[in-house]
Design a protein around this ligand. Structure first.
Ligand SMILES: [Zn+2]
Length: 302
């Protein structure tokens, strides 16, 4: 019995030792802050439409986001490293591509709408000008006609026109009739233009409504803020599943690199390690105060 007990204690100790030793070795080999994590590019799917060179360059820009403030070398590309960064195509990127096409279509319709609307505005301004001209002429005509009529009334009152007056009145009457005919022609043209403009206006409104509906549908389908499931870090792999443009890809790398350093999500929607991708400045990526504190805590940087 006694011997058995001793043996058992020895076995327990031995197991503890092994476990502890194993633990220390594990810490040393995978402590990402202490040692540079060397990575290689693994699977690379060309359906993303990015070159391997651009992909690598973007990874290196993401490294720099973490390395800049403490001039450390946390990550480095080294072919044949165990740590692989994979580009994996699935329905997520397929949806991103679809969203891009939908956006392009909307931009196309918007450009068409804008151009038709600009043309309408020009035509309407021109119409307004012609209408003003017409109104001025009509007022003038009215005054001339009144003057003519009062002259005729005056001559009739005094018993009739002399032959010279009769000739003058006849000429003036002809001129006024021609002017009236011209004004009537102008008015008909203007009325036609007005109804054309009205129907063009209707078309533009319909186009605008359609465009708004398309934008709504697009936003419903593609517009939501995304959680960081575009990339994934597991052990010694980072898989990239989805990105829309280089800025997004860089942010996804930076986020997953953060996880690879052992950093969890932090607060502040502008943080690289925030759980949503929405408010970060993807053009000028930088660590937020929260990201930097998390890095310092994790890596014991001063
Ligand atoms: Zn995350």
């Amino acid at each position: 019995m006694a011997i058995n007990m001793v043996n058992r204690i020895a076995t327990v100790l031995f197991i503890l030792l092994i476990t502890l030793t194993g633990f220390f070795v594990y810490q040393n080999e995978f402590a990402p802050c202490k040692r540079t994590v060397f990575y290689d590019i693994g699977n690379f799917d060309i359906r993303f439409g990015i070159t391997k060179e651009k992909f690598l360059k973007t990874i290196q820009e993401s490294e720099a986001i973490w390395e800049k403030k403490n001039s450390s070398n946390l990550f480095e590309y080294k072919p044949a490293s165990k740590f692989k960064i994979n580009l994996v195509f699935d329905e997520r990127q397929a949806k991103t591509i679809e969203a891009g096409q939908s956006k392009q279509e909307i931009e196309g319709s918007r450009a068409e709408y804008d151009s038709i609307a600009a043309n309408y505005k020009k035509l309407a301004a021109n119409h307004e000008q012609l209408l003003n001209d017409y109104n001025t002429q009509a007022i003038e005509f009215e005054a001339e006609l009144n003057f003519y009529n009062s002259r005729v009334a005056e001559i009739n009152n005094r018993g009739g026109a002399t032959p010279k007056e009769a000739r003058e009145l006849e000429e003036e009457k002809k001129r006024l009739e021609l002017e009236k005919a011209d004004l009537n022609r102008q008015r008909a043209v203007l009325n036609n233009r007005a109804s054309e403009l009205n129907s063009l206006g209707d078309t533009i409104n319909t186009l605008g409504q359609k465009l708004n509906i398309n934008v709504d549908v697009h936003n419903q389908l593609f517009g939501e803020a995304r959680e960081f499931d575009q990339g994934e870090y597991q052990g010694n792999t980072i898989n990239i599943y989805q990105f829309d443009g280089i800025g997004e890809l860089r942010l996804v790398f930076a986020h997953e690199f953060g996880h690879a350093l052992g950093i969890e999500h932090v607060e502040n929607p502008k943080s690289t390690m925030y759980y949503l991708m929405e408010k970060q400045d993807i053009k000028n990526p930088a660590l937020s105060q929260e990201d930097f504190s998390a890095l310092k805590n994790r890596c014991n940087f001063d």
